[in-house]
Design a binder for this molecule. Structure first.
Ligand code: GDG
Length: 471
């Protein structure tokens, strides 16, 4: 844009992600300001960012906006501009219409369009260029997620001095599915630009290494790929987690307990509250769990006088067709079930298509007797961990899909295959009727798990391994 002076910001630690960790807010006087969005990743990286004067490279979230780098709440933010067309092709198109369904076991049909791919290359190059400008000599760069898989290689080409890590937040699919992608080789080569490629689960890392061996014929040994030029790339699992301490504290506040009681009261003081919280996404199995609940009521196994299901579906990717269709499907299903099985003043399903502050989320977790997390495929699923972190009394029950990454760690959950509606119904009933002792035994073990494996530890393990990759 020609306006920024010659000496822009530089940093020795850089996070590169599709989105900057800030949202723009309109002030009453008509001007705009930034507010940091308190996601787990920002929380985890804040100490490192501050200690190393880190920078964050990302998009501000709306098209055609160009901003100079700025500092917000002590974080150096470096905005990348996307045009409206690029948002459609790179973000809504290739990232969320091609890669997202492909990487989630094609639970929806991935679309392959060459224009989308071209935009993905262009935008990844822009992120790489911006990062190269900001990175000091020998800086550590940590690239996040499926929107930016070409950045590691693009960055390495320009800046071989950098230490580059990449973390994939979603599953890495089996080779048999991955092969569908017309640009499969380019993406693998893109990732191999990193020194360390992190996945949620060992299975994802293994899928990746196997793919590299079969498609590119590079030499591999367990978690290590050796490139023709002798460079080594590590592929390992780092299961992500939450700010457990933060959720614990939030849940311990008297206001949170008071709000939880109020929520239950508004729901008609039922005996049992079932809860689902997700981004509105077809991978989350929202339809399956609502159908299961509806059938349990219809079958007479749940009494709508003393059981409710609360489903929060946070608006997400609303301009992508499949998300619009899903929203209509959920609207129709919830409307039909409440119409069929509801009574005056007692809709058995409370459906909220909206997003809430963290405090309200914690109150909902506290108010729920049974948390129902049923994704058809999920990299990890932090909602399941947040619920556990909030249950300080060791009560409550978690129904968890075996297809969520979290199932590998939260072994004491009531495990389900969400495609099996009868099985799901059985598990929801079991979770509800199990003895308090049985529930608290399960909850205690899971609480220990999320207390020990928190987001700080996740970031620490990744960054330590990245540091150790080469001298
Ligand atoms: C991807 C992967 C992986 C949701 N609604 C509201 C809200 N949330 C917060 C939750 C949770 C986060 O969003 C959602 O994280 P999940 O892990 O459940 O799912 P994805 O968004 O699909 O995340 C996933 C994750 O990346 C991390 O690697 O676990 O597998 O798909 O923290 O609390 N937060 C607030 N209001 C809402 O309405 N404040």
């Amino acid at each position: 844009d020609g306006q920024s002076g010659s000496a822009g910001p530089t940093a020795s630690f850089i996070v590169v992600a599709n989105r900057l960790p800030v949202d723009r807010v309109e002030l009453p006087d008509g001007t705009t300001d930034w507010r940091t969005s308190p996601g787990g990743l920002v929380t985890a990286l804040e100490p490192v960012m501050r200690a190393k004067h880190g920078a964050w490279v990302g998009w501000v979230g709306s098209p055609d906006e160009t901003h100079d780098p700025f500092v917000e709440d002590g974080l150096q933010l470096v905005p990348v501009t996307l045009s409206a067309q690029e948002v459609r092709d790179y973000y809504e198109g290739f990232s969320n219409g091609t890669l997202w369904p492909l990487y989630h076991d094609v639970v929806a049909h991935p679309e392959f369009h060459r224009e989308w791919w071209d935009a993905y290359v262009t935008v990844n190059q822009r992120f790489a260029d911006r990062t190269a400008e900001v990175a000091e000599q020998n800086a550590v760069v940590w690239v996040q997620d499926y929107q930016l898989q070409l950045v590691p290689q693009m960055l390495r080409t320009q800046r071989p001095d950098l230490r580059i890590g990449f973390f994939l937040h979603i599953p890495f699919p089996p080779m048999e599915l991955y092969q569908q992608l017309p640009w499969r080789n380019q993406i693998i080569e893109g990732l191999l630009g990193a020194d360390l490629v992190g996945f949620q689960l060992p299975g994802g890392a293994q899928n990746f290494v196997r793919l590299v061996r079969q498609r590119l014929k590079y030499e591999t040994q367990r978690d290590t790929v050796r490139l023709p030029d002798g460079r080594k790339v590590l592929a390992r699992a780092y299961p992500i987690s939450i700010d457990t301490e933060g959720f614990n504290k939030l849940a311990a506040r008297p206001e949170t307990a008071a709000r939880a009681a109020e929520i239950r009261h508004h729901l008609g003081d039922p005996k049992t509250v079932f809860l689902g919280i997700d981004r509105l996404d077809y991978t989350k199995g929202i339809m399956q769990r609502i159908r299961a609940f509806g059938e349990l009521v219809r079958d007479g196994l749940l009494d709508p006088e003393d059981c409710v299901f609360v489903q929060v579906a946070t608006p997400s990717r609303e301009r992508v067709d499949q998300y619009r269709l899903l929203r209509d499907d959920i609207d129709r299903l919830v409307g039909r079930l409440n119409g069929d099985i509801g009574r005056i003043g007692r809709p058995p399903i409370t459906y909220l298509h909206s997003s809430y502050p963290r405090e309200e989320m914690a109150a909902l977790y506290l108010a729920a007797d049974v948390m129902v997390v049923t994704p058809l495929r999920d990299g990890m699923n932090l909602v399941a961990k947040e619920y556990i972190a909030c249950r300080q009394a060791d009560d409550g029950a978690l129904v968890l899909s075996e297809f969520a990454g979290a199932a590998k760690e939260l072994r004491q959950a009531y495990m389900v295959n969400p495609y099996d509606i009868n099985g799901l119904k059985d598990r929801m009933m079991e979770a509800m009727h199990d003895s308090d002792r049985a529930k608290s035994r399960r909850m205690r073990v899971m609480r220990r798990q999320v207390a020990e494996h928190n987001i700080d530890r996740w970031a620490q393990l990744f960054l330590d391994d990245l540091q150790a990759t080469r001298p």
